[in-house]
Design a protein around this ligand. Structure first.
Ligand code: ADP
Ligand code: MG
Length: 702
């Protein structure tokens, strides 16, 4: 990034690195240049400004320095577990030090009676405490060297440690590198930003983060570097948003025409909620503006996003354009099609469905009608992205459950027209604010934050497997009262076969329960043919099936308002957002609904938290936040495919407030300097352009 050639030099030229270590660093951590190495930030720090006494260890952090005298040595175990154990004493208490393999030197270097300072991680077995492979030095040499203060711990791998590139070695390499007078970091952010956001200079921050003097300067350094990282991320996103608004023309949907009005006045069986109305207004404003719409529609399960999509598509049709709606699974696409078709028929609009299992003959007619413009709306799965699917004039694309579609796929839809269609992206799972800001920060956002009237929150309970009978009795009573129920079993990708077996077993077990009482059962799972799945779903929808046993194929979007019970078996195996999605299948009608989470085996702390969160709240945003805290951002959605730069120091979970500030700074930057021409912005602009180049155009704009 920096212009000075030293940055771009390979790390092997650094003192203490050499070709072998350089190769290892590249393979294990992707470090190639000096610049890469210096941007390897510590992931934590240990406080070595204190030496503990052994009886203080109960309250000490996991990694500590301890003073004592070696009292004795003994050998324990045999074979692979053969180890040297030393007893360290300080007059009040004792601590055991343990070495496996190659411990011959230990006794020699530290004979019994030697006062030492050891450093390492504590292991507790009840009241006994030990430390494995401690960093050990004599008290005398410790005294000479003095306290280390805050010591950085660098992210590393097992292989690096095994090959001798320990944390101590990392520290030394960094230390030597920073001694090089050519290594100075020039400022990357403009002066006004440093002043307004009270940021430490770049060079000082880089030095402090690797060699912190104290907690205060360390946290200021981290703040600065995180801010910088998030600023460049936000600058990219806001630039993208602005680029599209200024440079990319959009179809103008000037008219609110007959279809929209007729649908609203005559077909729609209910009034829109206030939130739905507001969102429709936001969308209409975009569609009239002359620039391309890129809008994210967030709303909890059941908040009524489909109607909003329909109204938006009608605006396209009213203005002589076609519209497309993409869904991630065949079940969902089919269901959307059926719902929309009822409405389309009432309006006299042509609508089609295209999925992987559409018959060839049907497909041909469909594609013809699409190209001639006879077809107004096309609903479908990924099949819709194929190149031979040609629209006459596609004006709007709605993508349901966006996180399953990547940037490349969005780009494909764009390219189906000279002028790209407007994009409305709907997510079923609410996205925590910080994630929305980083992953969808280039989109304009609308939120439906209100459920349709009369919706009662789903009552959620937890049962252990041995109490499961209570749940089944409850299902029986609900079915007697005319309701329907889902019973869901987990399906984990890697072990499809095993899980299918457990699904079948589960089905048989439940059949013994239910069939004798005249309850009609059905089953759906991922290994079934789409047509078979569809047939079962339809039967459930019609009410010909009372209890539907399934895997998570029913997770997203399925809508059967008469279903009032959702039982989730082995609930401990589901993630929070998945549980919330599943629960969202009930509570869609007028009747009170229930979700029963059945767990088997001992629950991990995390599983317990998930269950508790589910019982405590129905609020999708709160659940999304909890999920983010539990699992970290990487697992929440396709983080990798979002084309976002990888964060080196900032943390999406913890740095939400900082992200907001960095976004604000990026907005001001663009406001002050729309053409990116101010002299004082040139370093910043150069780095920004470098990122742009690395990300590639579609990741950048699409
Ligand atoms: P989601 O946002 O999860 O996609 P849907 O669009 O499937 O939600 O809507 C859930 C259910 O609520 C559907 O049965 C739909 O017809 C109904 N619904 C949507 N909006 C309203 C409203 N304003 N008043 C009453 N019912 C509504
Ligand atoms: Mg939906």
């Amino acid at each position: 990034m920096e212009t000075h050639p030293v940055w771009l030099q390979p790390v092997k030229f650094l003192k203490g690195v050499g070709p072998a270590r350089a190769a290892l660093l590249e393979k294990e951590l992707g470090i190639v240049t000096v610049h890469d190495l210096l941007h390897l930030f510590p992931n934590r720090y240990v406080d070595r400004s204190k030496v503990y006494r052994i009886n203080e260890l109960q309250w000490a952090p996991a990694d500590v320095q301890v003073y004592g005298k070696i009292a004795s040595y003994r050998i324990e175990g045999s074979g692979k577990t053969k180890r040297l154990v030393a007893v360290l004493e300080d007059g009040d208490a004792a601590l055991e030090l343990v070495w496996f393999r190659n411990y011959g030197w230990v006794k020699e270097k530290f004979p019994p009676g030697t006062p030492v300072v050891v450093y390492g991680k504590l292991n507790w077995f009840g009241k006994r405490v030990s430390m494995v492979h401690p960093e050990t030095e004599t008290a005398e040499s410790f005294k000479q060297r003095g306290y280390l203060g805050l010591v950085p711990v660098y992210p590393s791998t097992e292989k690096l440690t095994k090959r001798g590139v320990t944390n101590k070695v990392f520290r030394q390499i960094m230390f030597d590198a920073f001694q090089n007078p050519a290594i100075r970091f020039s400022e990357t952010l403009p002066g006004w930003m440093l002043r307004d956001y009270q940021l430490t200079g770049k060079d000082e921050a880089m030095r402090s983060v690797h060699f912190p003097k104290d907690m205060n300067s360390l946290s200021r350094a981290q703040y600065r570097l995180k801010f910088e990282e998030l600023f460049f991320l936000q600058l990219q996103l806001l630039y993208k948003n602005r680029y599209r608004k200024t440079k990319i023309k959009g179809h103008v949907f000037q008219k609110v025409g007959d279809y929209f009005n007729k649908f609203y006045k005559e077909v729609l069986p209910f009034d829109l909620t206030g939130a739905q109305k507001r969102v429709v207004r936001e969308i209409r404003r975009d569609l009239r503006s002359g620039t391309q719409m890129n809008r994210l529609l967030q709303g909890d399960v059941g908040s009524g996003k489909t109607v909003v999509a329909m109204l938006s598509m009608l605006l396209a049709v009213d203005n002589g354009f076609q519209a497309a709606m993409l869904a991630p699974t065949e079940i969902l696409a089919t269901q959307h099609f059926q719902n929309l078709k009822k409405w389309a028929d009432a309006l006299g609009i042509q609508i089609g469905l295209l999925t992987g299992s559409t018959k060839k003959s049907e497909r041909k007619i469909l594609l013809n009608d699409l190209q001639s413009g006879r077809l107004h709306i096309l609903v479908g799965t990924h099949a819709l992205l194929e190149d031979n699917v040609q629209f006459r004039n596609l004006g709007l694309t709605v993508i349901d459950e966006q996180h399953r579609f990547g940037v490349a796929q969005r780009a494909k839809m764009w390219k189906k027209n000279q002028i790209p269609p407007h994009m409305l992206i709907m997510t079923a799972t609410p996205i925590p604010r910080t994630l929305a800001m980083s992953h969808y920060g280039d989109l304009d956002v609308s939120v439906i934050d209100e459920l349709p009237p009369g919706r009662k929150p789903v009552e959620t309970h937890h049962l252990y497997a041995r109490e499961a009978q209570k749940a089944y009795n409850f299902v029986r009573r609900q079915v007697k009262a005319g309701r329907q129920a889902y019973i869901v079993f987990p399906l984990i990708e890697e072990s499809k076969v095993l899980d299918l077996e457990s699904l079948m077993e589960g089905y048989d077990r439940l059949a013994q329960q239910f069939v004798p009482s005249g309850i009609r059962m059905g089953m759906v799972h991922g290994a079934m043919k789409p047509a078979e799945k569809e047939a079962v779903m339809q039967a459930f929808k019609r009410g010909d099936i009372d209890v539907l046993v399934s895997t998570t194929v029913i997770e997203v979007g399925v809508d059967v308002p008469n279903a009032t019970v959702m039982i989730i078996e082995s609930a401990q195996r589901f993630g929070l957002s998945q549980l919330h999605q599943l629960r969202g299948r009930v509570g869609r009608g007028a009747d009170k609904s229930y979700c029963i989470l059945i767990t088997d085996g001992k629950l991990s702390e995390e599983a317990r938290t998930r269950i508790r969160t589910m019982i405590e709240t129905n609020d999708g945003f709160r659940i999304a936040e909890a999920d983010l805290r539990l699992r970290g951002p990487g697992n929440i959605m396709g983080t990798q495919q979002s084309g976002m730069m990888r964060l080196k120091i900032a943390d999406l979970v913890k740095d939400g407030l900082l992200m907001q500030r960095a976004r604000n700074a990026a907005a001001r930057f663009l406001e002050k300097d729309p053409g990116m021409q101010l002299p004082e912005h040139q370093t910043t602009v150069r780095i920004f352009k470098e990122n742009f180049r690395k990300a590639g155009f579609w990741n950048f704009i699409g």
